[in-house]
Design a binder for this molecule. Structure first.
Ligand code: GLN
Length: 533
């Protein structure tokens, strides 16, 4: 049977609960345990796929094609596991299942209620990964005290009874705010938050205090007394220069002693801390490089989370600090803004807004031989740019955009033509591709067969592949679709340019510390080379 760790949040949202949860998971791995981890999102959307990035930040896509919360990205990066639909529970999914069972008459005449029907459904999802790991970590989204998260917390309370106290640990991540007027850190909000949690029947075993300055032993004593946790179980998580330092910070405070004690577990081996050393080395680079990311949601830190993380990780293996310069193509950019950029990346996106700005940026990268990496929409814009400016296809465009043109170099996927619903219907998840020998891509991956994650409705129109290759933009990888009896273009490269790669998929979802994605690694390497010139 698996052991369980619940991670809840108090006082405010955005405390980095996901990072704390993933850090505990990483530490368990260092001690020889296998870990899986899931996120509960209390919203009614079935998944975040239909939400705007302004609402939700990035939508993280898993191998099995689930559109999930960006915390799953942290889980995969920290734990080096591949997550999927079982790792993400939303109130929408829970209610959808219950309502469809009710319509089939599966509740045998009963009145369907939050307790026990909703909580039973949640609990069965909590234990879905039980056979696959020694410990399941369950992060409950939102803040204790929200109406929405109550059924999840109630299910967690019942779960402790079902599984036995020795098998379930409760971690509460909370904020210790600093009041500049009195120059003090305050514990009161945490006391209230823990009270709220105890009212629901969940008692924290460990409290992780997010704080901007160190908490004193006195404060620990106070928190221990008022929140009824052991003093040793009050742990601080200070703001770190890198999220990858959080596992070490928790480790140094002996958090694992508390975890093992409460779960009646023992370390399986001496912890293998080489992961810390590799991270620390990567975080002290000797070089620096500036990469421009030209997208639409530049002011929103979370919208391109995995892209920023992948760039940082690629910096770590190249012994370089990557400075990311965000450009908003919707606001109209001047090319002067690109002056210091040694590499240019255009991320994915939807709709026409900002597209002409992206095309202008690509033209600049192409003409000035600046390393360029186009991802999904970024690749599609590169195809449009080459079509217009190299192949002379006037007004070339995508059928996704206005104005309409006779040259739809980007066109809707055959499989998407009959799709009506918006949620979960794109070409999603992992697909394989075959790569051309000796291409930049082949050199990066060191393999001719790859698998990458997708999230799109449109594609490089195969009718134009030859014309574009003749003009210089060559398709160097295809997915062979048996069902569609078609070859779907997956990667383009520009001839005569040091590093110009466009990919139809999202490599940012597969980059991890130590296992940096090969395309990000080589893009940053090429940018460093450009920087030296
Ligand atoms: N909007 C484009 C499509 O659907 C690109 C999608 C993306 O960048 N994720 O094909």
């Amino acid at each position: 049977m698996s052991k369980y760790i619940f991670v809840t949040g108090g006082v405010v949202s955005s405390l980095g609960k996901g990072i704390c949860a993933a850090s505990i998971g990483r530490l368990l791995q260092l001690y020889g345990y296998s870990v899986n981890i899931m996120k509960c999102d209390p919203y009614i959307n079935v998944d975040p796929g239909t939400m705007s990035p302004y609402q939700h930040g990035e939508v993280y896509v898993t191998d099995d094609g689930s559109e999930t919360d960006l915390d799953l990205g942290y889980y995969e990066r920290f734990l080096d596991i591949s997550t999927g639909k079982e790792n993400s529970i939303t109130a929408g999914k829970v209610y959808q299942t219950i309502i469809s069972k009710e319509r089939k008459g599966e509740f045998l005449g009963a009145t369907v209620q939050v307790i026990p029907h909703v909580t039973n459904e949640i609990k069965s999802r909590f234990s879905a990964l039980e056979k696959k790991c020694d410990v399941t970590i369950i992060e409950i989204g939102g803040t204790v005290g929200d109406i929405e998260s109550l059924p999840f917390l109630e299910a967690a309370r019942q779960f402790v009874l079902d599984k036995g106290r020795n098998n379930v640990l409760s971690v509460h991540v909370t904020l210790i705010p600093y009041l500049p007027t009195s120059g003090e850190l305050k514990t009161k909000p945490t006391q209230h938050s823990v009270n709220k949690l105890r009212e629901i029947g969940l008692h924290p075993d460990i409290i992780i205090c997010r704080t901007s300055s160190p908490i004193t032993d006195d404060m620990k004593r106070k928190l221990s007394l008022f929140c009824s946790v052991e003093e040793k179980a009050v742990v601080q998580a200070m703001d770190e220069s890198s999220i990858y330092k959080v596992p070490q910070a928790l480790y140094k405070q002996n958090i694992m002693e508390q975890v093992f004690k409460n779960l009646h577990m023992k370390p399986r081996k001496k912890p293998n801390t080489s992961w810390f050393n590799i991270i620390n080395k990567g975080l002290n680079p000797s070089k620096e490089v500036t990469i421009a990311v030209a997208g639409k949601y530049s002011e929103l830190k979370d919208a391109y989370k995995s892209i920023y993380e992948s760039l940082n990780l690629a910096g770590m293996v190249n012994d370089a600090k990557v400075n990311i310069k965000l450009l908003d193509t919707e606001k109209g950019i001047s090319l002067a803004q690109l002056k210091n950029a040694s590499g240019i990346l255009i991320p994915g996106g939807f709709g026409y807004r900002g597209v002409e700005g992206k095309i202008k940026v690509i033209e600049y990268a192409r003409n000035n031989k600046i390393p360029f990496f186009g991802i999904c929409l970024g690749m599609q814009c590169a195809v449009i740019e080459s079509a217009r400016n190299l192949a002379g296809l006037k007004g070339a465009n995508s059928t996704e955009f206005e104005p309409k043109t006779e040259h739809n170099v980007i066109d809707i996927l055959e499989s998407q033509k009959s799709v009506k619903d918006k949620g979960g219907t794109m070409r999603l998840g992992a697909y394989t591709a075959q790569v051309e020998k000796d291409s930049l891509t082949h050199k990066a991956y060191g393999s001719l067969n790859i698998s990458e994650r997708h999230r799109h409705r449109y594609e490089f129109n195969p009718k134009y592949v030859k014309a574009l290759a003749k003009a210089g933009l060559k398709t160097v990888a295809y997915h062979k679709s048996e069902t569609m009896k078609a070859m779907l273009p997956e990667i383009v490269e520009l001839k005569g340019h040091p590093w110009f790669v466009g990919v139809q998929f999202h490599p940012e979802f597969k980059s991890r510390p130590i296992k940096t994605h090969p395309l990000f690694r080589d893009f940053v390497k090429a940018s460093l080379k450009h920087c030296k010139k």
